[in-house]
Unconditional design. Structure first.
Length: 104
């Protein structure tokens, strides 16, 4: 299929462009539906639904860590000792406060 683009008006070119964009979107939608159907079939063959396998629920449910340190200026501001140090903890260390002094 060959189209002489030089012989088309601006209006015809824009219409052709819109048709091509719709065709591409339709093609992508069909490919996604086909892929989804394949994945659902594989999940079903293994005894699961695709929704079960793609849920965002955590696989492991562990309790949050208990607080180990409290901000000397605000005892309600705590830190478990895991992850990034809070600013108040780092600032207290810089002032010479020992971690044991902030322990709960």
């Amino acid at each position: 299929m060959t189209i002489d683009l030089n012989s088309l008006s601006l209006k015809e070119l824009k219409e052709l462009h819109a048709q091509v964009a719709r065709a591409i979107a339709g093609f992508n939608d069909r490919r996604k539906r086909e892929a989804l159907a394949e994945l659902e079939e594989i999940a079903r063959a293994k005894g699961f639904s695709l929704a079960e396998l793609t849920s965002t629920a955590p696989l492991r449910n562990r309790p949050s860590s208990a607080a180990k340190y409290a901000n000397p200026a605000n005892k309600a501001d705590t830190w478990s000792g895991r992850g990034r140090k809070p600013r108040w903890f780092s600032e207290a260390l810089a002032r010479g406060v020992k971690p044991d002094d902030m322990a709960i």
